[in-house]
Design a protein around this ligand. Structure first.
Ligand code: NAG
Ligand code: NAG
Length: 349
């Protein structure tokens, strides 16, 4: 928790520094003065080191070697954190399995399991209760006997900005068939990684029942730059091949293009297939870009899906955003938000 707190403080410091920088950038005088000072400073830290007596320099090297050893011990610490996560993942899993059964109507929860005392704040007046009841009855009449919790994961996706940004209209009919998202950790002794598994019910779009995305992590100091080590980092990711049914590949679109013959000047129309925007491009990743998304799904969405479904988790998250969100501010708040909830993996900085 202390490490986490320090990271949050670092992020705050970075935000402050950034805001300050932006203010200063707008003031040419400050900028010029700053440049002057910077020019004066160039080389001075190393100059100081060089000015030290040889025997002292030698000892500083010893301290650096100790620092490298610290980094290796820290790596061991994070390996154990990973082990602990694996251990606890196994404890959560039966509950997530039950959640999935309820969502996809494989299990009907008992009355006792469905009892839920609302918050006092949520307590409704008699009149509102009556109104809600009438409306609910009306809805029940319209949709006869819905199975499980319809569109559970699709609703989660729509409720979370980070995910809804990737969502296209033509993805929605497919995501209605999404029944579960699972996180699988690499086995002990294997290179550190985690896999997001998207479980689908049989559907018209593709024949896969599970789509996967694996994030490889590294929790070792880099030989060439050991001091930059700050916990496990996501190093890369691999998606999977989606076996689209004929004509259902929504990650492709065909466009008609007019081509003019250079010599004769005649015009012909050709059809070309080009990539189309889709959430499902997530599984054929253009690398790097979606580490944040993978981490977010693992750390937030999967453990607390119901609260994203109801929107409760989103209200909490909104507290982390600035009210008057300029675009730059938004970006920083999101970074802060992501870092804040990362138990480890400070790669986001
Ligand atoms: C390509 O994307 C557009 C807009 O996002 C969508 O309307 C269209 O249906 C997609 N094409 C295919 C073939 O799915
Ligand atoms: C679907 O489209 C992607 C490009 O977005 C392509 O790489 C893939 O091979 C296509 N799959 C099928 C089964 O047509």
């Amino acid at each position: 928790a202390q490490v986490c707190l320090i990271r949050v403080m670092v992020v705050f410091a970075l935000i402050l520094a950034r805001q300050l920088t932006m203010q200063m950038m707008q003031n040419p005088q400050i900028l010029a003065a700053l440049q002057e000072r910077l020019d004066g400073l160039v080389g001075s830290p190393s100059g100081y080191m060089e000015s030290l007596p040889k025997v002292v320099k030698r000892r500083v090297n010893a301290l650096k070697n100790l620092q490298v050893k610290c980094a290796h011990i820290e790596a061991k610490f994070y390996e154990e954190v990973h082990e602990l996560e694996r251990k606890y993942a196994a404890l959560y899993q039966p509950l997530f399995d039950k959640r999935s059964e309820i969502v996809r109507a494989a299990y009907e929860p008992t009355d006792e399991e469905c009892e839920w005392k609302p918050d006092e704040e949520e307590e409704l007046t008699e009149e509102m209760k009556e109104k809600a009841k009438v409306e609910e009855e009306k809805k029940d009449e319209e949709k006869e006997d819905p199975k499980g919790i319809p569109e559970f994961w699709l609703t989660v996706f729509k409720n979370v900005d980070l995910l809804s940004e990737m969502l296209q209209e033509h993805d929605e009919p497919i995501l209605k068939h999404l029944q579960d998202i699972k996180v699988k950790f690499s086995d002990a002794g294997q290179p550190m990684s985690f896999t997001l598994e998207f479980h689908f019910e049989p559907n018209d779009f593709f024949t896969n029942t599970v789509l996967t995305k694996t994030y490889k992590m590294r929790s070792e100091p880099d030989e060439s730059d050991p001091f930059s080590f700050d916990g496990p980092e996501i190093m890369g990711c691999t998606g999977c091949t989606i076996e689209w049914n004929k004509g259902k590949n929504i990650t492709l679109k065909t466009i008609k293009k007019k081509q003019k013959h250079k010599g004769r000047g005649t015009v012909r129309t050709v059809t070309k297939t080009v990539p189309n925007d889709s959430f499902f491009n997530f599984f054929s990743p253009p690398e790097a870009a979606d580490f944040e998304i993978g981490h977010f799904i693992r750390e937030r969405i999967v453990p607390r899906a119901v609260l994203y479904f109801t929107g409760e988790a989103i209200e909490d998250d909104d507290d982390d955003y600035d009210e008057e969100g300029e675009e730059a501010d938004d970006e920083v708040s999101r970074l802060l938000f992501v870092c804040f909830y990362q138990r480890y993996s400070p790669a986001c900085l």
